[in-house]
Design a protein around this ligand. Structure first.
Ligand code: ADP
Ligand code: ZN
Length: 711
């Protein structure tokens, strides 16, 4: 059975193998067991029900609270040739009727519905007449009141399932793995603990950072400038902050949008669409944004304010890099944000018990910001993973080598000034006094006569404010919760004064761009964007960034080669192959034969491969002394294809006379550049080498090195 599943994975999704957790989950489902799958955001939950759905005879129902996501999922499935549809409140009554008629005719393999739909009796009755083989409960934590998104209508699911004459299989899926939630799901859906699968919570493509004591806006500006043209989300705590920050970014020339519950529905939809279609780079949003976002090429998620707990944080941060490409997450920590979260808990309508629970979770979130341990390890241990993990080697705590600067003297000046001003003023006025500004308020209060007046005159006012912010973030100073927050000294500051402790501040965080430059990749992104506009489908539905990356390193120039690209299967080849292959040929300066000829050729290629694999025929001819050009002409294949055939044959262990491909001198040159630049991308290698060394020779040298290292 699993083999069948793997076949479908390749045939429809263009992926060669299941990820570790997917395999176990799909196996359990295919054995007919009700199953709970716990996987982090981006882990690949959808495939766990989409592939089994293809192997079962009836229809699979997917229950999801995310209405906006349904259309996306259905679009994505349609684009790979899987018949699916959705029914939710975004449709008119007439549309619903039409879809129901189509469902009755058996037109769909997968049906998405919102849980509220189960409250409609006529709909329930209709479902019971259908052959439903499986019910996938997405975002299953919504069933639990301990989860962070309790949805009462989820409680109808079990009743619906038990009403079927032939009970459908249940597959519950979530990214929330706390013990209470897991137990709740199992109990409420009758899933046995032994059919619960928790896959690794680590996200190997994400880098976690906590940024402390830096000016938040400065950091964000530096960050988005270093990562222009990359999509990212910046979460802020309040609507006002979202408005201000998005305005600020726009003023500074960044394509930023905004999203919060205070906007009209059509404004929200418009902003979201622009972001999905890569027309906005940065989305500044409250946590209202993202539940329904499937966009896989989000390259960074920055938290402008402290999130309320680690579950919420990991879910939001996890929206980065769902395509598996390198992405970054950062929390901009400031101690005063803790007050805001406490305030929100206090104001909530939660029971006293639940409030205590929420305070504890907030404290764990704060601890995460202060730990010196690997951040990734800290998070997965929080989620209860017990298998020992090596530090990730990517996060802030694993890589921080910044030197520390002693700022005790400046801090003491600030403390003294705050004290002398009676701990009754905000940070701006304190900074102005230290700077020695000449303004009305200072004169009015007589602060120009203080001994601390103009004590820091060699610094700019902003530098002084930044230092004050750092001291707040580190807990030496506190800010009151008033409309005009007042600066006060904390016990920690008194300890510095009395016990003569030192205060160190780290240098500014260095920001590197997330992606390495790759011209072909950029070119393919443009092709994708043009297609997206033409077809009205978001770019990431056409191809994920990881598919484009793979394309730019494999440089496929024939349809057969195109099929080898990660995420490409027959439907995508038919829809988009031509456009991308042409762009690649143009980029690599190779001639593209007319598509008629090409189709004939590919067909021939396929037929031959049933007997002797096509690449081996090319290889044999080469061994018989034919030149690549001769083989290309006699077989009606492009030169590049023949070259790729040879490489593949050699990779499979067939010997070759290397000197016929490159001279020793050329090989040495290429090897030297490989050491410098790595083998991930061929383009930079090509550019670093003399003109006369071609892609084929580079590929050959890479292949030879790889074979050597295997020995
Ligand atoms: P989740 O719902 O768990 O957040 P998704 O189902 O959206 O995650 O999958 C995240 C990404 O991983 C998608 O782009 C998906 O196509 C990709 N993916 C899933 N399974 C595999 C696999 N076996 N091989 C390669 N990519 C995969
Ligand atoms: Zn780490």
């Amino acid at each position: 059975m699993l083999q069948q599943a793997e076949k479908r994975l390749k045939e429809y999704f263009g992926y060669t193998s299941f990820r570790k957790g997917q395999k176990e989950i799909i196996e359990s489902v295919l054995k007919g067991k009700d199953t709970l799958a716990i996987m982090p955001t981006g882990g690949g939950k959808s495939i766990c029900y989409q592939v089994p759905a293809l192997l079962m005879d009836g229809m699979t129902i997917v229950i999801s609270p995310l209405i906006s996501l349904m259309k996306d999922q259905v679009d994505a499935l349609t684009s790979i040739g899987i018949s699916s549809t959705f029914i939710n409140s975004s449709l008119t009554a007439k549309e619903v009727k039409e879809r129901i008629a189509e469902i009755e005719e058996g037109a769909y393999k997968i049906l998405y519905i919102a849980p509220e739909r189960l409250e409609v009796e006529s709909f329930r009755t209709f479902l019971l007449t259908m052959n439903v083989s499986m019910v996938a409960v997405d975002e299953a934590h919504c069933i639990s009141q301990w989860g962070h998104d309790f949805r009462p209508s989820y409680r109808n699911i079990k009743r619906m399932i038990t009403a079927f004459v032939k009970k459908p299989l249940i597959l519950a899926l979530t990214a929330t793995a706390t013990k209470e939630v897991t137990e709740d799901i199992c109990e409420l859906l009758n899933i046995s603990a032994s059919s619960t699968y928790v896959t690794g919570f680590a996200r190997d493509n994400l880098t976690f950072n906590v940024i402390k004591g830096e000016n938040k806006r400065d950091y964000i500006m530096r960050y988005v400038k270093a990562n222009r043209d990359q999509a990212g989300i910046i979460y802020a705590a309040t609507r006002k902050e979202v408005d201000d920050l998005s305005q600020f970014l726009k003023k500074n020339g960044i394509k930023a949008g905004k999203y919060h519950a205070g906007l009209a529905e059509h404004e929200r939809a418009e902003q979201q669409d622009q972001f999905l279609f890569d027309q906005l780079d940065v989305m500044v949003a409250t946590n209202a944004f993202g539940m329904g976002i499937n966009k896989s090429n989000v390259r960074f998620v920055i938290h402008h304010n402290l999130p309320k707990n680690i579950e919420a944080y990991y879910q939001e941060a996890g929206r980065a890099g769902r395509d598996g490409e390198k992405s970054e997450c950062a929390i901009l920590f400031a101690a005063q944000d803790i007050q805001l979260q406490k305030f929100l808990i206090e104001q909530s309508t939660l029971s006293p018990d639940k409030k205590v629970h929420e305070y504890q979770k907030l404290q764990q979130m704060v601890d995460l910001c202060h730990t010196e341990k690997c951040l990734q390890t800290y998070i997965i241990e929080y989620f209860g993973e017990t298998t020992p993990h090596a530090p990730c080697g990517r996060c802030m705590n694993c890589t921080d080598t910044r030197s520390k600067i002693d700022v005790t003297r400046e801090a003491l000046m600030i403390f003294s000034c705050v004290k002398r001003m009676g701990e009754r003023f905000g940070k701006t006025l304190v900074a102005q006094v230290l700077k020695g500004s000449n303004n009305k308020r200072i004169n009015q209060f007589g602060f120009h006569k203080l001994s601390t007046y103009s004590l820091m005159k060699e610094k700019t006012e902003k530098q002084i404010v930044d230092l004050i912010d750092f001291l707040i973030a580190e807990g030496y100073l506190s800010l009151t919760n008033d409309k005009y927050p007042v600066l006060m000294l904390s016990n920690k500051a008194r300890e510095v004064i009395v016990d003569k402790l030192q205060i160190f501040k780290k240098e500014l965080v260095k920001i590197k761009s997330i992606e390495v430059n790759d011209d072909l990749f950029e070119r393919l992104k443009l092709v994708r964007r043009e297609l997206s506009v033409q077809l009205g489908v978001p770019p990431y539905i056409i191809f994920s960034d990881s598919s484009l990356r793979d394309m730019s390193s494999k440089c496929p120039t024939t349809e057969n080669e195109f099929l080898q690209v990660k995420g490409v299967a027959k439907t995508k080849l038919e829809h988009y192959g031509e456009k991308f292959i042409s762009a690649i040929c143009e980029f690599m300066n190779v001639e593209r034969t007319s598509s008629d000829q090409l189709q004939g050729r590919v067909a021939a290629d396929y037929i031959v491969s049933d007997k002797t694999a096509s690449h081996l025929i090319s290889y044999q001819l080469f061994q018989d002394g034919k030149s690549i050009k001769e083989i290309s002409e006699s077989r009606g294949l492009s030169v590049i294809t023949v070259q790729n055939h040879l490489i593949r044959a050699v990779e499979e262990g067939n010997p070759i006379e290397w000197s016929e491909i490159m001279t020793e001198a050329q090989e040495a040159l290429i090897a030297e550049k490989i050491i410098e630049l790595g083998t991930d991308m061929l383009k930079p290698l090509k550019e670093a080498l003399p003109e006369d060394i071609d892609y084929f020779q580079i590929k050959a040298a890479v292949c030879k090195l790889k074979l050597k290292s295997l020995k």
